[in-house]
Design a protein around this ligand. Structure first.
Ligand SMILES: NC(=O)C1=CN([C@@H]2O[C@H](COP(=O)(O)OP(=O)(O)OC[C@H]3O[C@@H](n4cnc5c(N)ncnc54)[C@H](OP(=O)(O)O)[C@@H]3O)[C@@H](O)[C@H]2O)[C@@H](O)CC1
Ligand SMILES: Nc1ncnc2c1ncn2[C@@H]1O[C@H](COP(=O)(O)OP(=O)(O)O)[C@@H](O)[C@H]1O
Ligand SMILES: [K+]
Length: 517
């Protein structure tokens, strides 16, 4: 799913109005009506007090359209105008007049803290104060209004964007933002819903279709994309009937050290489960027996050293290499790693201590070949890029790094963002059960396995991150967040593949009823 920028959203509105020959007021009517339908479907006329707080721009205008419809349907509505600026937009004013024609209970003007209404914990707040037009921090009294919302504990439904949240930067003061339970967003979700600094401002979100011009939606290239099942189905490569293990590549995993052989075992199992034809691991001698015993499907080559890697040489011809898991930072390992980077021509995934070694010897950045995949967790990313001011600064630095070295940066987090040059791909699967040792090693194994099978490095990264998260989402149903382990992510990878083709339950039930399944 495309994630449009603020500028693109304004352009989409304008183009839609022109092409469909409607006014911006009519578009606002659609937007407010969609919000109303959403609420009406769930509330069915229930007389819970609904407090609609409208700003003075078009977000406020949406709020007024909604409020008018709630009044018309007999809901228990309280309408407020948050009088935070002298200015009013045209469509706000049109809808302000319309509401005055609808009810004698005119909107209440809020100008300062003394005007704040009482809000009960079981009431509903609709936040239509600011949308994507916010361009400076709210006034102090408006910030206090947002804190008043939060203190009330009432369910808070934000329109388009929680007020006080910018579409393209991180607000400095968290008290100056509405903490929404749910956000109904127009056209596309906003990037800020997925970033660690700003995702806390909405617990859940949903996109409402307001009939924006289809051609515009299809043809506009966006910098950001949300990756879900639909995007992955188009890149999935089916298994051929007359295929054999040679068809699906030979993945080589390099890493491990005394006490960290588990990382390599998890990676190797992840690579096998991803569908690679053959897997070989290159590890220090001490890992030979554990690897052979635990992963009998994998072949094992060993370094001359017992405890660490000192010289990476092999006589196989891998189709993809994944390296760095549990590798350690010994100087001899560093030399072997550097030498390998200089000579390697095979598609490469660098993780964990591979990234740490690069970060310690920044001169080696020039050895990163185009299309190399790097999979840093937040701390490794900081070692690689230096510190950042906020999430937008982090993404800017990540894009610059990717552009400079033409590499793919898999920025791991609750919503992993894969960065390639100027593009950002946000993953939609995964859960906090993954916050446990070894899950990153599994991910590297899967990426390497997919590249070995012929997926392009970028596609392999997106697909692997998606499947890894999906596997955890299925496994968490059986194990819960606390007991989910990296091994479960491997065990459920098959379910994640199968889920790609699972029919939605409703459709399945209908087909079963009519005997079509
Ligand atoms: N397709 C769509 O997406 C559709 C979108 N629609 C809706 O339009 C919304 C965008 O509306 P918008 O452009 O009028 O901006 P909005 O967020 O209401 O802000 C209002 C104005 O407030 C001002 N202002 C800024 N910061 C301020 C501050 N701190 N304190 C005080 N004032 C401040 C600033 O004006 P300024 O004072 O700077 O001149 C700004 O222009 C969008 O989120 C969606 O809800 C639908 O109606 C139709 C379809
Ligand atoms: N709260 C979370 N929600 C979703 N995914 C998470 C969360 N925490 C961690 N993950 C995922 O788990 C993996 C952890 O990787 P990493 O920190 O490298 O683990 P390790 O080094 O122990 O293998 C990444 O893929 C990351 O995106
Ligand atoms: K809002």
């Amino acid at each position: 799913m495309k994630i449009f920028s603020k500028e693109q959203i304004y352009k989409g509105d304008q183009l839609t109005a022109e092409k469909q020959n409607i006014s911006s007021t009519e578009l606002m009517e659609r937007a407010g009506t969609q919000i109303f339908n959403w609420i009406h479907q769930r509330m069915q006329g229930a007389q819970v007090p609904i407090h609609v707080f409208c700003g003075i721009g078009n977000n406020g205008g949406d709020g007024l359209v909604l409020a008018r419809q709630l009044v018309n349907y007999g809901y228990n509505v309280h309408i407020y105008v948050v009088n935070c600026s002298e200015k009013r937009t045209k469509d706000f004013l049109i809808n302000y007049d319309r509401i005055k024609e609808t009810t004698k209970k005119w909107p209440i003007m809020l100008n300062c803290e003394a005007d704040f209404p009482e809000i009960g914990p079981d009431d509903i707040i609709v936040d239509a104060v600011f949308g994507i037009g916010l361009n400076r921090p709210p006034n102090e009294w408006v910030k206090r209004l947002f804190q008043h919302f939060r203190a009330s504990k009432a369910f808070t439904l934000a329109i388009d964007l929680p007020s006080g949240l910018y579409a393209d930067k991180v607000p400095k003061d968290e008290n100056g933002v509405v903490w929404a339970d749910y956000t109904l967003s127009f056209q596309s979700p906003k990037l800020v819903f997925f970033l660690p600094d700003t995702s806390k401002y909405t617990r859940q979100w949903e996109v409402l279709d307001i009939g924006i011009d289809l051609e515009f939606l299809q043809q506009t290239e966006t910098e950001v994309e949300l990756i879900g099942k639909n995007e992955m189905l188009t890149i999935y490569k089916p298994r051929e009937k007359f295929s054999h293990k040679g068809t699906y590549g030979h993945a080589l995993l390099i890493g491990g050290s005394h006490g960290k052989m588990g990382a390599m075992i998890l990676s190797a199992r992840g690579t096998m489960a991803s569908g690679a034809g053959l897997v070989t691991t290159f590890i220090p001698k001490c890992g030979y027996i554990p690897m052979q015993s635990v992963v009998p499907e994998a072949m094992v080559l060993t370094d001359a050293d017992d405890e660490k890697l000192t010289s990476i040489t092999f006589d196989i011809e891998p189709t993809a290499v994944g390296m760095g898991m549990g590798m350690g930072l010994d100087q001899k390992t560093q030399h072997a790693f550097q030498k390998f980077l200089k000579s390697n021509e095979v598609p490469l995934v660098i993780d964990a201590d591979g990234i740490n070694l690069l970060a310690k010897h920044k001169d080696d950045f020039k050895l990163i070949k185009p299309q190399t995949v790097l999979t840093p967790h937040p701390k490794e990313l900081e070692r690689l890029l230096g510190s950042w001011k906020d999430d937008f600064d982090k993404l800017k630095k990540a894009k610059a790094f990717s552009k400079k070295y033409k590499c793919i940066l898999v920025v791991k987090d609750a919503h992993t963002i894969t960065v390639f040059e100027d593009k950002l791909y946000i993953n939609s699967t995964g859960n906090p059960g993954l916050a446990t040792g070894g899950t990153g090693d599994v991910l590297t194994g899967i990426i390497t396995g997919l590249i070995a099978q012929g997926y392009e490095p970028l596609t392999a990264s997106l697909f692997a991150v998606y499947l890894h998260g999906k596997s955890a989402d299925i496994a968490v149903e059986d194990y819960g967040y606390q007991s989910l382990t990296a091994s479960h992510v491997i065990d459920y990878l098959g379910q994640a593949y199968l889920d790609l083709f699972a029919k939605p339950q409703v459709q399945q039930k209908q087909e079963e009823k009519s005997g079509n399944s």
